[in-house]
Design a protein around this ligand. Structure first.
Ligand code: UT7
Length: 318
């Protein structure tokens, strides 16, 4: 029986930091409103000449370095993103080229917005469980600054750019106990970028019914805690770390209450990163691993909600 486990992580955040005070000059908002409604203090914004695959490459190189593996041993690359460099080739193929990998590894993108990393991790886990893949590079990367309407205060204060990566290997013990994936496309109008190729070609900006998204997120993140633990052989008290999608500190606080844990058991990066969509969970994971809080053997619950709506979770031992 094969299981997958996280061998290493890596992260990349663009150098430029945009504080809330800077947004006060762009739209009618205040640092106080943003902090109190979301927990966000700042976000990172990519340079004009940076792309999502550049960010993914930087995060991947750090993960490969931590893993101490030969890049050639990677036989699957999955990039979760909603902000690809191009319509095609996929960001994963562009990343493969930037990494100089010519070993024929499979490479593709997954699009599940803020749940994208959970989706990508779940797919990679299944590839490894079948024995088809031995070493997977799984990335969440998003350049939200390119799809923000910088005159819309209800969205532009919320998002940031970044990339996070993990290397998944094969093991005899879990590793990943289980992943759950869900979607309900009837909510497609609640959070969207209403511009595309075969559909409307309007302004490519994030449009969100924030309050309704908020309520849905709180409800689903609450439900998925029990669903994830059911039949897993683990209970709430086994969870050492919650590594949630970082959209809003108040949504995370609701999950913390449900789990009966303390905010000290959460890797919280929303204040520094804002909402980085698919990147937020692997970015937070990397922070927790590198600062020494997450240790080998710790049990981690990851969960996310995103446009679609999509939502999902992963329960794993690091
Ligand atoms: O990552 C995918 C999932 N995304 C999320 O999970 C985001 C979910 N939504 C949220 O985090 C919250 O709904 C927001 C932070 C977006 C908004 O917080 P809220 O408590 O739901 O506020 P609201 O939308 O009900 O708006 C309250 C008021 C409104 O004014 P009125 O109509 O009451 O006069 C807004 O116009 O706050 C106003 N407002 C702002 N005021 C100052 C909205 N954005 C801003 C702003 N600065 N940036």
């Amino acid at each position: 029986m094969h299981y997958s486990h996280i061998i290493a992580s890596g992260a990349y955040l663009p150098e430029r930091i945009m504080h809330n005070s800077e947004l006060e000059n762009l739209v009618e908002t205040t640092d106080e409103w943003i902090r109190s409604r979301t927990g966000i203090r700042q976000r990172h914004i990519a340079r004009e000449d940076e792309t999502t695959s550049d960010m993914a490459c930087n995060a991947s190189l750090r993960a490969i370095d931590m893993a101490g593996i030969k890049p050639d041993s990677i036989d699957l690359i999955i990039v979760a993103t909603s902000t690809p460099d191009l319509i095609y080739p996929s960001t994963a193929c562009l990343l493969q080229k930037k990494l100089g990998l010519r070993n024929g590894s499979a490479a593709f993108d997954v699009q599940a917005v803020c749940s994208g990393f959970i989706y990508a991790l779940s797919i990679a886990d299944r590839f490894i469980r079948t024995g088809e893949t031995r070493c997977a590079l799984v990335i969440g990367a998003d350049m939200n600054s390119r799809i923000l309407d910088w005159t819309d205060r209800s969205t532009c204060v919320l998002f940031g750019d970044g990339a996070g990566a993990v290397i998944l290997g094969s093991s005899a013990e879990p590793g990943i106990y289980r992943t759950l994936l869900h979607a309900d496309g009837s909510y497609s109008d609640y959070l969207k970028v209403p511009s595309g190729v075969s559909g409307p070609t309007g302004e490519p900006f994030i449009r969100m019914r924030g309050n309704e998204v908020f309520k849905f997120a709180v409800q689903k993140m609450d439900e998925i805690v029990d669903e994830t633990l059911d039949d897993s052989g683990l209970t709430k008290t086994d969870i050492d770390w919650l590594v949630p999608h970082q959209a809003n500190q108040r949504i995370i606080a609701a999950t913390v209450k449900k789990l009966g844990i303390s905010m000290d058991d959460v890797i919280l990066t929303v204040a520094e990163h804002g909402n980085t969509s698919a990147a937020s969970i692997p970015l937070a994971l990397d922070v927790g691993i590198r600062d020494g809080r997450i240790k080998r053997g710790d049990v981690i619950l990851m969960e996310a909600v995103g446009g679609g709506f999509t939502w999902g979770s992963a329960l794993l031992r690091y």
